[in-house]
Ligand binder design. Sequence first.
Ligand code: Z5A
Length: 238
Amino acid sequence: MTAHKRGVFISFEGGEGSGKTTQTRALVRLLQMLDFDVLHLREPGGTRIGESIRDILLDTNNTELSPRAELLLYEAARAQIVDQVIAPAIAQAKIVICDRFCDSTYAYQGFGRGLSLDAIESMNSFATNGLMPDRTIYLELPPQLGLSRATRRSSDRIENAGDEFHARVHEGFMDLAAKYPDRFRLVHTREDKRDTFQAILDEILDLFWELDAKDTSWLAYSKAQELFAKDGGARDAR
Ligand code: Z5A
């Protein structure tokens, strides 16, 4: 394994169909090829309890779920994954790649559902125990385009929330990009998945310099080409 002293936590955010799954899989695979100890997680989920909460949250039958109950369920799943998986992994100097984290709550429950942003920020901080990603990659894509990609498969409760809801969510993410420019990096989703991947690598390289990982050859564009050439992407490590 590549030696480093502390873990790195990177989250991915974006609307539906923005390519988070595609890009996180490729990144995890690249880091594994370079011998890093990597965990690939998703929110809500990533633990047995979190996956049960996920089922409740995404179940299209749960139309009566109130916005505040929805918020509390996302935060409960988050507290569980932080305590059970993320905090111990960071302490063991692992690399954690998480598909969504508390910024999704700010955008979906705050801007989307209209719940108090102050309340959400303090609940996020309670659920995470103050553990925030070192870097967040926001894959920006116009909501309509992302939804049309995502709903090619069967859609879930949040995807069904309507165009105006998803436009507000997009606005929420843009608000975060303006508020936290150091952590929250906007990457425009390109037509070519490999170009998007390269843009992501450009936004996270400095984190690996800090780990004393001297071999930066992994940034070579040819590596990204190679990754996407195999199986059209990378295997699911979650
Ligand atoms: N949620 C919330 O409300 N509050 C919270 O606090 C949290 C979450 C944490 C979780 O759903 C839901 O919970 C989510 C937010 C809400 N809302 N919804 N719905 P999820 O985890 O099941 O789904 P998702 O996070 O929205 O992801 P997704 O729909 O699966 O999409 P994705 O992972 O971003 O994209 P993808 O699967 O990689 O790509 C989608 C398709 O596009 C696929 O066919 C790809 O091959 C294709 N693709 C990818 N990149 C490209 C490019 N560059 N060009 C063309 N086509 C592409």
